[in-house]
Structures are given as C-alpha cells and as structure tokens.
Design a protein around this ligand. Structure first.
Ligand code: ATP
Ligand code: MG
Length: 429
C-alpha cells in the first residue's frame, strides 16, 4: 500500500460527526441575520493582494505575516482572503451594490491565515459575518450588538462577555497616536522588535500586540477616550445606552483596537473564558472610511465576523447534544430481481416522503447480514424484498424497534400510503 498523503498543517477536515453542530449553528445564525434584513453575498476566496494591503493595513499581523500570497500565471500578486470585509466592500463598489442605498449584507465561508496552528487557531477557518452600509451610527451599531446577543441566546451560549471601545478619527486620533508614540518611546527598552518598528509606522498597533511581556505596559497606556471629540463621545454613549436598555452587559476596554486598521468608531469583541488562549469568538466595529479608501463613495459602514470553529467548540461544551442524523428506513433486497424492482419501489417511497432519510443497503450480502446492518443503522423500519415478495408484488415492512408492532406484508401499490401513515409526521427542520 502506498503512503497516504497527509493534510496541510492547520487545515482541518470537518468530519460528518461534527456537522450536526455546524448545521445547527449555521441555520440559527442565518435565521437571525435574515430576520434582521441581511442578505447573503458570496465573494471569491482569492483576491488581488492589493485589496487586503489597502484595507487591513500593511502593519497589521494579518497583512505583514499571515497571508497566503502567490503570483498568478499572469504575474499578478494574489492572496487567499484572510477575512471578508475587504471583499464585501470591493464587491459593493464594483458591482454597484452600494450606490446611494443602504445595504445589509452577510457572508459565510472559509478564511486563510498563516498562523501558528493550535486549538481554536487554524490556517483555514470559517467565518460568518455581517456588514451594514450607508447607515451612520449609533442605532445600527447597537443593532449589530443586539443581533449578536440574540444569536448567543438562540444557540444557548452563556458566558460571553462583550468588550467594547471607541476609536476616534481625524484630529483626535492623530493626537492620540502621538501620545502613544511618546508613551511607548519612554519604555523603548521593554519593546519587542515589531513594536519598535510600529512606533514609527503605526503605534496604535502596539496596543494589539499579543506579546506577554508587553501586556502590563499596554494596560498602563493612555486611553483613547480622553482624545475623543464631543460628537464621538456622544455617539459611543448612545451605543452603550442602547445596550443598557436591552440589558446587554458590556465591559468598556479603552485599549481594545483589534487586528485590522480600518476601524474608525466603535470596536468590540465577544470573549469567552472557556476556550483557553483563544478567547475571541466574534469581533467587529465601525469602518466609515474604508469604502472611500477602496475607491467608492463616502459610505458609513459597520460589521463583525464570528469564528465558527470557536463557536462550535463552545456549543460542544454546552448541554446541546445533537444526535447524528439516522436513517428512518433501511432497504434490504435479496436476489437480482428484487434489487432491480426495489430500486424503483424505493424511489416511489422517496417521492411520497422526500425529506425522510432512507438508506438502501446497496451491494450484496446475505439476508441475515443485511438485517444485522439494518438493526445497527438505528432505522425504525426495514423494507425487505426477496424473490418471493417480487413474485407477489409485495414488500415486508419490519419494525426494528420494540414498540413498532408486527412485521407486515404490504402490496407495492399500497406501500407509499402505508409508509406515509407510519412516518407521516415529517420533521422538516
Ligand atoms: P485573535 O485575536 O484570536 O487572533 P482576531 O482579532 O485576529 O482574533 P478577527 O480577524 O476579528 O479575529 O476575526 C474574527 C473572529 O474570527 C475571531 O474572533 C475568531 O473567532 C475567528 N478567528 C480569527 N482568526 C482565526 C484562526 N486563525 N482560526 C480560527 N478562528 C479564527
Ligand atoms: Mg488574529
């Protein structure tokens, strides 16, 4: 036997046993998003590298170290998307989705970052996210937070803590950046190489450093709040007031800046203490300048992205046990004539009960071994067809669970009605 080809580091397979959790989460999250008026947008996984450089920022970890970038045959620099906001804005501009109108958009799919793989941190991971365009704050900022709180409720996920901050724009931000630069310069010896470089390029980024030895210094750094304009203060207070009204607890973290440069107003993260080091489940914020920066019209915007793997890990820790999908009908045929007639017969039953899971044994095997497989499958009924049944145009319906009654012989013509009577209460969820 030749050696199996191993998967790429940090790129997990999501095996069928895990999928019920994914499906549950996907279904409930999309239901909430659609109920709030968000429509799905699907963008390609590959974009021109320049898109991410211009939006996420050259000095961010994502762009400076984490992108899967390569040259196309035509000589363009392309990158696998590390996030989807830039693509949404690009699509919004180039497809005319944002022309003079409000747009609520959501997306779902894999993202790629060249990170050190560990529990909860992968090189391919899924994000679901939402973006609102053309709506200035603070109502829509609050809408995002309320919508997320609803998603946690729908998924019965307790214990998520909302960290929130407000970043200023223009003058206040410039003054803050200068203040930070002076502050960190005063502690030059304590800084790591990345932070020393960022002193010149983008001191705000130092606040987002994950270097352990810097955390004390970061926690003592001057807070942004002191540099916000009156309007910005009022905008932030209005968001917090709406959270208070809706009973959403939050923790103002004056040094939260997040890992992308495009944020300009509210920034937030929902964190958990149940997943070890990977504590962020969802993050986002307002980015009013990005659409213009990427060549569109001035369009206010706010959005967030949620990491599905971390969310699923949390779901798995909770009480939700989701039984794997089981077949309700198991189809057994013995002999060539029965196999042939059975194919069509089963199709007819499928026509009558299109959402009921029915599994054909397929292939060969003795009657006994097939029945054993039927029992093991967890199905409620076995449909059994052998030469004798074919001759009489009948099929044996055998209940596989104790409470299911006696085995019956049913005429082919009556089989659909019979199965509807047995399985009719279909759970279409
Ligand atoms: P972190 O601080 O954990 O690196 P981040 O600030 O880089 O997160 P965002 O870019 O805002 O995260 O992405 C939003 C969410 O996507 C995160 O809160 C997290 O749940 C998830 N996420 C980000 N990077 C990864 C990854 N490499 N593997 C799995 N999930 C991820
Ligand atoms: Mg990160």
């Amino acid at each position: 036997m030749s050696k199996a080809i191993t998967p790429i580091k940090g790129m997990p397979d999501i095996v069928p046993e895990q999928m019920p959790y994914w499906h549950l989460a996907e279904r409930r999250i999309k239901r909430v998003l659609e109920a709030y008026g968000y429509d799905e947008l699907r963008t390609p996984m590959l974009e021109k590298t320049a898109l991410f450089k211009r939006s996420i920022g050259d000095e961010t970890d994502i762009v400076s170290k984490e992108m899967f970038t390569f040259e196309s045959r035509g000589g363009d620099s392309l990158s696998l998307r590390p996030e989807a906001t830039a693509s949404c804005v690009r699509a919004g501009i180039t497809r005319g989705l944002l022309h003079n109108q409000r747009r609520r958009i959501y997306y779902y799919g894999p993202m790629f970052r060249y990170e050190q793989p560990q529990e909860g941190r992968y090189r391919q991971f899924y994000q679901i996210g939402a973006e609102a365009y053309g709506l200035a704050g603070p109502d829509v900022d609050a809408e995002m937070l309320l919508m997320l709180a609803r998603i946690w409720r729908e998924l019965e996920l307790p214990g998520l803590v909302l960290k929130i901050n407000c970043l200023g724009v223009s003058l206040g931000r410039e003054r803050y950046v200068e203040t930070l630069r002076d502050y960190f310069r005063g502690h030059l010896a304590a800084l790591d190489e990345d932070s020393v470089r960022r002193l010149d390029t983008n001191p705000l980024r130092i606040l987002d450093s994950k270097v352990e030895s810097l955390q004390g210094l970061i926690n003592q750094a001057p807070p942004m709040q002191d540099f916000l304009s009156d309007d910005e203060q009022a905008y932030f207070a209005a968001i917090l007031a709406r959270c208070d009204d809706a009973n959403i607890a939050y923790d103002v973290d004056p040094r939260l800046v997040r890992g992308l440069d495009y944020y300009t107003g509210m920034v937030f993260e929902w964190q958990t203490d149940q997943l070890g080091a990977q504590n962020a489940v969802c993050g986002g914020g307002r980015y009013d300048q990005l659409v213009k920066q990427l060549g569109g019209r001035d369009t206010p915007a706010v959005g967030w992205a949620m990491g599905m793997e971390r969310l699923i890990a949390l779901l798995g820790l909770g009480d939700a046990t989701i039984p794997p999908a089981e077949a309700r009908v198991y189809f057994v045929t013995v002999g060539e004539a029965a196999a042939r007639a059975g194919t069509l017969l089963l199709e007819k039953v499928r026509d009558a009960l299109p959402s009921v899971r029915m599994v054909a044994h397929g292939g060969t095997g003795s009657f006994k071994s097939q029945l054993r497989a039927a029992d093991k499958s967890g199905a409620e009924y076995a449909l059994i067809l052998g030469d004798a049944e074919v001759e009489q145009r009948q099929v044996a319906v055998k209940p596989l669970r104790r409470a299911g009654g006696e085995q019956e012989l049913v005429a082919w013509n009556d089989l659909e009605q019979h199965m509807i009577a047995l399985l009719g209460e279909i759970n279409t969820q």
